[in-house]
Write a protein that binds this ligand. Structure first.
Ligand code: ATP
Ligand code: MG
Length: 558
């Protein structure tokens, strides 16, 4: 990890790990895992979990596995398997040679299920899903046993084997754990262990027609891999007795499950189901649309791995649900890019300025520092000529005294260049719009060697018109305009989309940017951080706005 990384305070999970290390609970081992289901792309919530799992392994010189929880062939796909691996690596973590799949253990899981049947702790049930739901009772009423619950071990063994052999159709039979139909914990009321699914699996093909349920498979996978601390989100707290029950009854190695609060972010939805809807309905261009809170979307937008890791450290790990302000993530991005992004000039909304006393055919190469925060980033040259663009908003015909940008008879400094004075401006009579500003420049006021004695409060960015390169700039903004888009009872989250989340404009950028490659990040001076998009080509530059220089949303809401 690089030197810009934040120092982290200890969180409650680390406190547990340290306690376990001090009592030598797992012979001094620390072994975590990140267990995604390959049914979508990873999002910032998963990134929190990755930073936690891999971070703990790093901190305590332990190990962390990447394990695909691929127990539902219907929803899963290799596209997701590939993207998840790419994203974990990009975030800066490595599972070394410990890449696993729950499907690797199908044979063992089957054997464990047989063990439970033999112990009289599992049975084949022929009831329909509706019947099972009805028999299960409610939190205040116990469930009732059906005739299948008392099947003999022999019969259960035979039926389970027949289920595996494909003798029955989907939904005809299931295997259930025989626990307690009166338990106050609904998850303990004879939960399903296996279901029949005649679907092709992305790794095992048609080899299996029965698939284990998450609760049965997960703890066993953890146990097989020798996981010490199995970290998951809070909604699994009520599953923990079941996690422990399977491992205890099977008499196999027992990791401990520890639950932490999932990340919720304001102005964001973080469920794969909802994100998939945005993709499928064409609201966004794909899982990696720069407005998506996916790891691939954030990468495309220009967020850095360090900024995401720093964000994860800042928010910490708690046991209680809470919503984190999206501004905190944006702050982490800005903070990192401030240190690492080169400052360049780009005019997003151009207004022509003619420097009337500058020779017509002259072009001068000026020197510009790449990043005042980091001298090692060096400098570059910048062409200056008689006609330049500045931002429209940097000129006003009638401006208050405190407007330190360009206005009639006032002086401003052009960044890295000269002081100019506004002498005159031309207006389109029909629209009233100012179309051109005429200025005088002062040759002795050149940046770095100014002997003019002139004073100019404002500093403007600019580009030389004949040298500037047009570029497509996507002004990426928040995808939702509501703080909790999925928190409204009677309204779909899609009703809160921000229709201004990606305005596309043509900007004029300094010529040094023609060498930029997809993924390169810059600060467009006074305008924000921008990243070269995947769609960018040699003859057509495309940028995404990564983040504005300041939090504009805080202002909007006050
Ligand atoms: P989602 O609910 O967003 O669709 P999921 O929980 O179904 O996600 P999994 O692939 O099962 O996605 O998650 C892999 C791991 O990431 C799990 O350990 C899960 O607890 C964790 N995780 C998922 N969402 C979050 C979140 N918002 N914050 C922190 N960890 C999360
Ligand atoms: Mg899940």
């Amino acid at each position: 990890m690089d030197k810009t990384e934040l120092k982290e305070p200890i969180n409650f999970v680390e406190a547990i790990v340290e306690e376990d290390l001090s009592t030598n609970k797992y012979e001094g081992r620390v072994h975590t895992r990140f267990p995604p289901e390959p049914n979508g792309y990873l999002h910032i919530g998963h990134a929190k979990s990755i930073c936690l799992n891999f971070g703990i392994a790093q901190r305590y010189e332990g190990l962390s596995n990447l394990r695909f929880d691929d127990t539902n062939p219907v929803a899963e796909d290799v596209e997701y398997v590939d993207s998840i691996q790419e994203d974990v690596k990009w975030l800066g973590f490595s599972w070394d040679d410990r890449l696993f799949f729950a499907s690797d253990y199908y044979g063992k899981l089957y054997e464990y299920a047989v063990d439970l049947i033999k112990k009289g702790l599992a049975y084949v049930d022929d009831s329909t899903a509706e019947e099972i739901a009805a028999q299960k009772g409610t939190p205040t009423e116990p469930g009732v046993a059906n005739e299948y619950r008392s099947r003999s071990v022999e019969e259960n063994l035979r039926l389970f084997e027949e289920m595996k052999a494909g003798k029955y159709e989907d939904g005809e039979k299931i295997l259930r754990a025989k626990i307690d139909l009166a338990s106050s914990n609904m998850h303990m009321r004879d939960p399903i262990m296996y279901r029949i699914l005649k679907a092709e699996h992305h790794r095992t093909g048609n080899e299996w027609v029965i698939y284990p349920m998450y609760d049965f498979a997960h703890g066993i996978c953890d146990s097989i891999e020798g996981i010490t601390h199995s970290l998951c989100t809070l909604e699994f707290e009520v599953h923990r007795p079941l996690y422990d029950w399977f491992l205890e009854k099977l008499e196999i190695y027992r990791p401990q499950q520890i639950e932490f609060a999932p990340l919720s972010l304001s102005y964001t939805v973080l469920s794969k189901r909802r994100l998939r809807k945005l993709v499928e309905e064409g609201v966004v261009s794909g899982w990696d649309d720069p407005r998506m809170p996916t790891v691939s979307g954030m990468r495309r937008r220009g967020y850095t791995p360090a900024s995401i890791r720093n964000f994860a450290k800042r928010i910490g790990v708690a046991r209680r649900y809470g919503i984190i302000d999206l501004a905190l993530l944006e702050y982490s991005v800005r903070e990192d890019l401030n240190k690492t992004a080169a400052r360049v000039m780009a005019v997003l909304n151009p207004l022509k300025v003619v420097i009337t006393n500058y020779p017509e055919d002259k072009t001068e190469e000026l020197t510009a520092i790449n990043n005042p925060e980091d001298e090692s980033m060096g400098s570059r040259t910048l062409p200056f000529s008689r006609e330049i663009y500045i931002e429209k908003e940097d000129f006003r015909e009638e401006a208050p005294r405190k407007f330190f940008r360009l206005k009639p008879d006032a002086m401003v400094r052009l960044k890295n260049a000269y002081i100019i004075r506004c002498d005159k401006y031309i207006k389109d009579e029909a629209t009233g719009e100012v179309t051109e500003v005429h200025c005088t420049y002062f040759p002795e006021s050149k940046s770095g060697e100014d002997t003019s004695g002139l004073k100019a409060k404002g500093v403007l960015h600019w580009v030389s018109i004949k040298d500037a390169v047009p570029a497509e700039v996507r002004l990426v903004d928040r995808l939702f305009k509501d703080e909790t888009p999925d928190g409204h009872k009677d309204k779909e989250f899609t009703e809160f989309l921000n229709e201004d989340s990606m305005e596309i404009i043509t900007a004029y950028v300094e010529p040094s940017l023609t060498a930029a490659k997809p993924g390169d990040r810059f600060q467009f001076m006074r305008k924000g951080y921008f990243c070269v998009d995947l769609d960018s080509k040699e003859d057509k530059l495309v940028f995404n706005r990564t983040v504005t220089l300041r939090d504009n949303w805080a202002k909007k809401n006050n």
